[in-house]
Design a protein around this ligand. Structure first.
Ligand code: CTP
Ligand code: CA
Length: 220
């Protein structure tokens, strides 16, 4: 009965999940971001809550409804997400970075709306902190799960991320496929675990993928 939500096999577990996109302001009316809708992270939050876990969901802007029984913390920028993750991390049993985090921010967002003047406009971006990598460095008992979004060399890139970020499970996504991933209700992923062969999880609803992720973690 592994994917049966009536089984409260995560009762008492404290789970932190990040979901959706982060957005980085350019000026008061513009920003840079990515295509993430938050569906994968919200499916994880709902699955964990139904399996009895105490779930905190740190979410970027999304149109999705707040899952029942889940504590949602809304953020916009990567810096805000990092700050909220830091607040909760120490008390958690399981931490899943499902968010599509903006790797860069605008160095100096304009205080006023930028007016169109010259024919070109340069924006200087600076790197954001890697939230997951920092968690990997400071984790104690927590089980840490990361995602990888790749458009090429999936296994090679994702294996490197698993090692560099010191995660217990890395969920690798091929984001070049239109039928799965960003914006889709379905996904097909590969689970990578230190010391294990890659495991393909065939195309299925994000909720089913979420259940398989928790089945995997709960078998550790
Ligand atoms: N991540 C993070 N902080 C960042 C960037 C990414 O915590 N500043 C997390 C994501 O939430 C995901 C994992 O790191 O769980 C991998 O994200 P991904 O964008 O695939 O990899 P990056 O390490 O950012 O490398 P790149 O984008 O260059 O492929
Ligand atoms: Ca990235």
């Amino acid at each position: 009965a592994q994917s049966d939500s009536s089984v409260k096999d995560m009762k008492g577990k404290r789970v932190l999940i990040t979901a959706g996109k982060t957005v980085e302001p350019i000026d008061p009316v513009r920003y840079i971001t990515n295509h993430s809708t938050g569906r994968m992270g919200y499916a994880l939050a709902q699955a964990a809550a139904e399996r009895g876990a105490k779930v905190t969901l740190i979410s970027g802007p999304t149109t999705l409804a707040c899952p029942a029984g889940v504590h949602v913390v809304s953020i916009k920028t990567t810096a805000e997400m990092a700050q909220e993750v830091d607040k909760y991390f120490a008390k958690m049993d399981i931490v899943i970075m499902a968010a599509a985090v903006s790797d860069y921010r605008i160095e100096k967002p304009a205080a006023q709306k930028i007016k169109k003047k010259s024919s070109t406009l340069e924006l200087k971006l600076v790197k954001n902190i890697d939230i997951l990598k920092r968690l990997g460095q400071k984790k104690k008992e927590q089980v840490l799960i990361g995602f990888a979004a790749e458009t090429q060399n999936l296994l090679e890139n994702a294996t490197r991320k698993m090692q560099e970020k010191r995660v217990d499970l890395l969920v690798a996504n091929d984001v070049s496929r239109a039928d799965i991933g960003f914006g889709s209700k379905q996904n097909e992923v590969t689970f990578l675990r230190p010391g294990h062969e890659p495991l393909l999880v065939k195309k299925s609803d994000k909720r089913q993928i979420a259940e398989k992720i928790f089945d995997c973690i709960m078998s550790f």
